[in-house]
Each structure stands twice: as structure tokens, then as C-alpha cells.
Design a protein around this ligand. Structure first.
Ligand code: CA
Ligand code: CA
Length: 398
């Protein structure tokens, strides 16, 4: 897992205190709602615009920092800032001049963020290879409140690079990082656009509860739902068009809390080459969900390719049928990258906790390059394995 620093912005007591931090905004409603109130550590205080539903807050950090995460929090002072005045669409931007007149880089975009509640902190991670002195959150609309817009807190965190692994052979550099999103395509039926979604049963034979709904990448009210009663045990899976080595899967809860008791409780995650013989890759018991639209991720030590995978459950959390919103699957591939720069380690480096999988690709000699220091050091340690002397399918990192 990636590691992040704590909030790098000190607790502000004015727009310029403590030095060298300087915060500013497009507008402010009054001094009580100045932009530094978004950096004072309190959810009960906030920045808000003078009138518009759009606006920005800018921070000068005094020196260049490389962010990888930020958080945005809503205010608990709802008499002054209703939740409908919270941000909906925005970009986080970085600049080294502070002008934000077109020179800035857009680092992260959020569209249609909804369901704010008072004092809710939301955390956003993004892929960033550059350091910037100035950052700006540029909000283009709120949740619908007509008079103004604002938020309680903005935190910024740096990505810490440590214990990242890349492989090199000759002048080539390789990574075999896990995919960051599900490799199942966005399904619009059980067979479109490709592959095949399948299940043991679905609710009243209604298409809107069939297997593909667990792969439509839509946060459904209920999602996939099995047949009545029989669905307390059952299975749902996906057949790829070619064999994949699935190394992680995730189950996502539905968007209505009324159906959380349909979520599976005990199951095995299985792979098969023919749909007849199933190999158990993971076993989970007593799993429950208390929040909607939430992924639970399960990392599995699988090194074998299978054409199909399924979730095979034996009980749920109490409902008379079983259902869930999404089933996601992630693979791991050996791929070539251009160099072994700090940015490459940051972006493609394999975490030490992840075993390296060669997918039967034998490379004559492999150097394992290991970044064991934090950002900016560019220091690597190398170990060489002569692959001609022994067959290596995987390396388990210690
Ligand atoms: Ca505040
Ligand atoms: Ca869905």
C-alpha cells in the first residue's frame, strides 16, 4: 500500500500565520469565513464565498512539495453553511508561479460528488509526479444551494516512496504491479461488450438483478440479487476472453443501506479453466458491511491463470436472498517501463508486501532494484538473480 505523510499544512491562525504559508481565495463572505478557516483544524469553522456557487482557495506552501493525497471536509456549522452549499465539482491544481492563469497542471478532478453530511471528511488520492509550491482547489459548482459555497477543512499529504521494487534486465526495466482498477469491462448485459457474466440464480428472473449488474460499474440501489431463499447460497462470476492471473478481488456494497443485510457473509473465491472444476483461491467468513457503496478488498496469493472466476457464498447477513453492488477483479502483469527514475518507482514500483510474479516470462538476468528511502533520495539497492541457472516463477519479498 502506498504510504502518505500526515497533513503538511500547519494549523493556521490567519491567512499568513504561521509563515511561510499564505492562503487566499477568490472571494470570502466576511472575515469570519476567510480562507484560513479551511486550515484551522476545526470542522466547526469554514471558508465560504461572498455570493457565488463557484470559487477557489489557493495555498502557497513556501517551497515545493509533491502531494499525493488531500482531504476535503464539510462544515458542522450548518446554520451558516448548509450541506447543500458543499462542493460538487472541482479540480485540484498545482503551479510553481502561483498565477493559475493557464500554466497550472490539473492534478485531480472530481465530478458530481454527493451525499455530504456535516463534518464529513473525504480523502482523495491522485497520481502526481511533480512538486509544486502552489496548490489550488477550484470549485465549479456546489450541491445546489443558491447563495454561496464553502467547506470546513482542506488537508494536503505527501506520498512517501519507500520499499518499492522494480526489475531490470540489460537496459530494460520492468514492473509487475497489480492493476489499480477492475479488469472486467463495464458490462451492459451478461455478454456485452465481451466475456460472460454468470450466476446461480437471480431475483424473479428480472434482467435488472442479473449477474451483469455486478459488473456495470454503477452504484445501484440494490445491484445483483439472487433468487429468493435459494440465494442464501449461490455463486456469481465472470468468464474472461483470455486467461488472467487474478491477484485481488473486491466486493462493493449497494447504495441503499436497506439492503446491506443481503451482502454475502461466508464465501470462497474460486478460479476455473473449464467451469466444471473450481479451485478455491480464498476463503472468508463472517464478513459484514455497515456502509453503502463501500469496497472490501481481498488480496490473494494466486499465481495461476484461469479463464473464469466466481464468488461462491454459503450464507449472507440475514436477508432472504443474497445481493451486492459490484464484484471487481484485479490482475498483475509483467510490463516494460522506460526508466528507473524516482517517478517510475513512485508510479510503477511494486510494494514490498506484494510478491513478484513472472507470468512464465524468463528473462536471462534480473536485477531487483529496491527504493528503501523516502522521496527525493533517488537511492536504490540492487540484487542480481541469474535466471539462466534456475527457473524463477515468483519472488517472495522479505
Ligand atoms: Ca475549519
Ligand atoms: Ca452495480
Amino acid at each position: 500500500m502506498a504510504q502518505y505523510s500526515g497533513n503538511i499544512i500547519p494549523t493556521m491562525t490567519s491567512n499568513t500565520t504561521p509563515s511561510p504559508i499564505v492562503v487566499s481565495s477568490s472571494t470570502q463572505y466576511s472575515a469570519t469565513f476567510a480562507p484560513w478557516k479551511a486550515f484551522d483544524g476545526s470542522f466547526g469553522t469554514h471558508w465560504m464565498t461572498s455570493a457565488g456557487v463557484q470559487g477557489w482557495v489557493k495555498i502557497d506552501l513556501g517551497s515545493q512539495k509533491k502531494l499525493g493525497r488531500y482531504s476535503l471536509s464539510s462544515s458542522t456549522d450548518t446554520p451558516n453553511l448548509p450541506v447543500t452549499a458543499n462542493p460538487k465539482n472541482w479540480t485540484l491544481e498545482g503551479s510553481n508561479t502561483g498565477l493559475f492563469s493557464g500554466e497550472q497542471d490539473v492534478l485531480h478532478t472530481v465530478s458530481n460528488e454527493q451525499a455530504w453530511t456535516p463534518g464529513l471528511k473525504r480523502i482523495y488520492d491522485f497520481d502526481n509526479q511533480k512538486s509544486y509550491r502552489y496548490y489550488r482547489i477550484n470549485i465549479t459548482s456546489n450541491q445546489g444551494y443558491a447563495n454561496f459555497m464553502g467547506f470546513a477543512e482542506l488537508e494536503m499529504m505527501e506520498l512517501i516512496i519507500s520499499n518499492k521494487i522494480l526489475l531490470s534486465s540489460g537496459d530494460k526495466v520492468y514492473s509487475n504491479k497489480r492493476s489499480e482498477s477492475t479488469i472486467i469491462p463495464t458490462m451492459t448485459s451478461n455478454t456485452s461488450p465481451s466475456g460472460r457474466a454468470f450466476c446461480s440464480s437471480f431475483f424473479d428472473n428480472l434482467n435488472s438483478y442479473d449477474a451483469w449488474v455486478a459488473f456495470n460499474r454503477i452504484d445501484d440501489t440494490e445491484g445483483y440479487a439472487s433468487g429468493r431463499a435459494a440465494g442464501v447460497s449461490g455463486y456469481l462470476g465472470y468468464e474472461f476472453t483470455s486467461k488472467k492471473v487474478i491477484r485481488k478481488y473486491a466486493i462493493r456494497s449497494m447504495s441503499s443501506s436497506a439492503y446491506l443485510n443481503a451482502m454475502p457473509k461466508d464465501w470462497t473465491f474460486e478460479g476455473s479453466e473449464d467451469g466444471l472444476t473450481w479451485i478455491v483461491l480464498d476463503t472468508q467468513t463472517n464478513q459484514s458491511w455497515s456502509t453503502t457503496n463501500t469496497d472490501k478488498e481481498y488480496i490473494i496469493n494466486n499465481f495461476n491463470p484461469y479463464i473464469m472466476y466466481r464468488l461462491n457464498w454459503t450464507s449472507n447477513n440475514g436477508r432472504y436472498y443474497t445481493g451486492f453492488n459490484e464484484l471487481k477483479m484485479f490482475d498483475s502483469k509483467l510490463f516494460k517501463i522506460n526508466n528507473a527514475s524516482e517517478g517510475a518507482f513512485n508510479r510503477y514500483g511494486v510494494d514490498r508486501t506484494q510478491d513478484i510474479y513472472f507470468a512464465n516470462k524468463i528473462v536471462q538476468t534480473i536485477d531487483i532494484m529496491d527504493v528503501s528511502n523516502q522521496n527525493g533520495s533517488d537511492k536504490t539497492f540492487e540484487h542480481t538473480i541469474d535466471m539462466s541457472k534456475r527457473r524463477v516463477d515468483k519472488i517472495i519479498l522479505g
